[in-house]
Design a protein around this ligand. Structure first.
Ligand code: ATP
Ligand code: MG
Length: 344
């Protein structure tokens, strides 16, 4: 038993990194977890507004993400699938946690720096005064901690890029429990997906992201075989027309091999595939990668098309998810309020 929680931002349709690093892992956990294990999968729309956009666009992105979660095989009768903004306790717990969280720790975190295109050594000096750094982007990890802690989560399946945020979540637990001499918040464990971080197709030094301005940098789980082939064909490699798996020296080629390994029905490692494809030309490698990605995503693609046009079904899943999540959130908040001295 235990509680599994994870989230994804409705900032675009999921790409191969989201799929291999998170969504596929969620589906596997759903299928293999102990029947008493509770699973919460949250579309974190409150996080998404750190980048404001027109309301119609936000609305569309939320439903597309809901359709994507169902398309990868999550079952609303087994998991709680919901939008973060429909459960106000996320924001309530965030405020409470922020009162014992350290700004020093937050200022060292890398996400706000990378979202503002600043180097890892950037500091807060001047940024706030210039109005460049919004408070929500800076305190994003506190809301993320609240998301997780609200459900007394024991395990959080995420991609490698979230490791630092999970450490901060545990820090929030220590700070709160110590301050109020309580054990009511539970420290979660991080479950990092076994597949390596998927990198951008156009800039193999950066991770593949929904919010990357270049659409060519990613492949979406909804792309047609033709689109998949075109994006992989356009992927940045290097000047050698041979295939070797050398992540440091040849990051573009290594990323393609690593994607292939992520989708390989035989589960071969990138190292093994690199060996086996010695003698391939880059074009042959790209064709092989495109083929396996298209084949392995065929079912997801078909299911997505069916769910996306079924608004009634999507709404039902959302209502059901909100109900189940609210129940659990209410229990945790009662304990938190009592620990603080807010109960009647
Ligand atoms: P954004 O650019 O808006 O932050 P994102 O692509 O980073 O979007 P998130 O919604 O922030 O996606 O993250 C959802 C999940 O996908 C997280 O568990 C994250 O670790 C995982 N993830 C995101 N990008 C990658 C990647 N390139 N490789 C592996 N896992 C990834
Ligand atoms: Mg992200």
């Amino acid at each position: 038993p235990g509680v599994i929680f994870s989230g994804i931002q409705p900032t675009g349709e999921p790409h191969l990194g989201n799929y291999l690093g998170a969504l596929r892992q969620w589906k596997r956990l759903q299928d293999t977890a102990h029947p008493k294990t509770k699973l919460f999968f949250c579309i974190v729309d409150m996080h998404a507004i750190t980048t404001p956009r027109p309301p119609e666009e936000m609305q569309e992105l939320r439903w597309k993400m809901m359709a994507s979660l169902l398309a990868v095989g999550l079952d609303p009768d087994r998991c709680t699938i919901f939008f973060q903004s429909t459960v106000p306790q996320h924001a309530e717990l965030q405020w409470i946690l922020s009162c014992t969280a350290s700004t020093g720790y937050l200022s060292r975190m890398t996400q706000w720096k990378s979202k503002l295109n600043l180097g890892e050594n950037a500091t807060l000096d001047n940024l706030g005064a210039k109005g460049l750094l919004k408070h929500g982007l800076f305190s994003y990890p506190v809301l993320q901690a609240a998301d997780i802690l609200l459900y007394r989560t024991t395990h959080v399946p995420v991609g490698e890029d979230q490791r630092q945020h999970l450490e901060f979540t545990r820090e929030c637990v220590t700070n709160f429990n110590h301050t109020y001499k309580t054990k009511c918040l539970v420290s979660p464990q991080t479950l990092i997906s076994p597949t390596r971080r998927v990198m951008s197709l156009t800039k193999p030094g950066d991770k593949m992201s929904k919010s990357d301005l270049s659409a060519k940098s990613r492949i979406l789980i909804t792309h047609s075989p033709k689109e998949i082939a075109a994006r992989i064909n356009g992927a940045t490699t290097d000047s050698l027309n041979t295939v070797t798996y050398e992540p440091e020296a040849r990051p573009g080629v290594a990323n393609l091999i690593s994607i292939m390994s992520g989708f390989d029905p035989q589960g071969r490692s990138p190292e093994q595939l690199g060996e086996e494809m010695q003698g391939y030309k880059i074009r042959e490698l790209k064709e092989a990668v495109a083929r396996v990605v298209s084949d392995q995503l065929a079912e997801v693609r078909e299911r997505y098309a069916a769910f996306e046009s079924d608004k009634d079904k999507l709404r039902k899943v959302s209502v059901q998810g909100t109900e189940k999540a609210t129940l659990q959130a209410g229990e945790t908040m009662a304990a938190v309020r009592e620990a603080i001295g807010f109960s009647d």
